[in-house]
Design a protein around this ligand. Structure first.
Ligand code: SF4
Length: 280
């Protein structure tokens, strides 16, 4: 794959980061906007495709890697972050993006999420939050409201308070925390640019409606608004903003530079030596 930044007179555009695989997402799914925003952010930064990797878990939104022309890794359910951390440890020169849904990242992957926050590796993690498991037909996720009644599993709601992803990230030690809305892909792209530039673990909660199982989320466009205040580097102030908000305020909430964890790259072994370890 050639480096368009260096070898072509034609300016790179967001379309250069798309593959020719047609997304299977439902019409109106917010995940389309995340795909576009990733392309726009990378085009703005003029990052060659071969210098970027996108690691995902499992779920509707985790299909996103296949729809880009980046190096992609469609991992196991909830395991995108450890995969990405390993990749970044071995290849610190790569820009490593991580993406998935609220179920993938906060339920089965919840333990990995909190440790990725505190480890502060230079990763950008986007959770496409639609407060539901879409791929498995609409079960409650860790961000589903306690009273969302649905189907046979939770006919009267879960009765359990949902996570606040931004608050969880702050408590666990993330150094860049933002909330964005897929209904405003340009702002999402702007936040992504800042997240990629941030040295350390950058977390973006992208409110991404699921019109199939949560059609009421199409009303989010009337509920979102910008945070009243600029981003802060004070964790107490960030906590106050998150806790006093209804979860619909958007922007870069918190940004602080702290030492980045980057273990030395392991010695490279010949592929045959690695393969021999996995022989049964
Ligand atoms: Fe998107 Fe929901 Fe359809 Fe999954 S089920 S593709 S999250 S709209």
């Amino acid at each position: 794959m050639d480096s368009r930044r260096q070898s072509s007179a034609k300016p790179i555009t967001h379309k250069d980061y798309k593959s020719d695989i047609k997304p299977v997402w439902c019409p109106g799914c917010g995940d389309f906007a995340v795909l576009n925003a990733i392309g726009k952010a990378l085009a703005f930064l003029e990052l060659p495709r071969e210098e970027v990797a996108l690691v995902t878990g499992i779920g509707c939104s985790s299909r996103i890697a296949a729809y880009t022309s980046l190096y992609g890794f469609h991992g196991l359910h909830g395991r995108a972050l450890p995969l990405a951390a390993g990749l970044k440890a071995a290849r610190s020169d790569l820009t490593v993006l991580v993406a998935g849904g609220d179920g993938d990242g906060l339920s089965i992957g919840g333990n990995h999420f909190i440790h990725a926050c505190r480890r502060n590796m230079d990763l950008t993690y986007i959770i496409m939050d639609n407060e539901v498991y879409g791929m498995t037909k609409g079960q409650a996720s860790p961000t589903t409201a306690a009273d969302w009644a649905q189907g046979k599993l939770t006919p009267r709601g879960t009765g359990i308070r949902p996570f606040q992803p931004a608050g969880l990230a702050l408590t666990a030690g993330a150094t860049f925390i933002a909330r964005a809305f897929t209904g405003d892909p340009n702002e999402l792209a702007r936040i992504l640019v800042e997240a990629i530039r941030h040295p350390g673990f950058a977390f973006i909660q992208a409110l991404s409606p699921c019109p199939t199982f949560r059609p009421e989320q199409m009303g989010w466009k009337r509920q979102v608004r910008a945070f009243a205040d600029e981003t802060t580097a004070d964790p107490l102030e960030a906590a106050r903003r998150i806790q006093s908000d209804d979860g619909m305020s958007l922007g870069i909430i918190y940004r602080r530079e702290l030492p980045v964890f980057q273990p030395g790259a392991p010695a490279r072994e010949p592929a045959a030596a690695i393969e021999s370890e996995f022989r049964l």
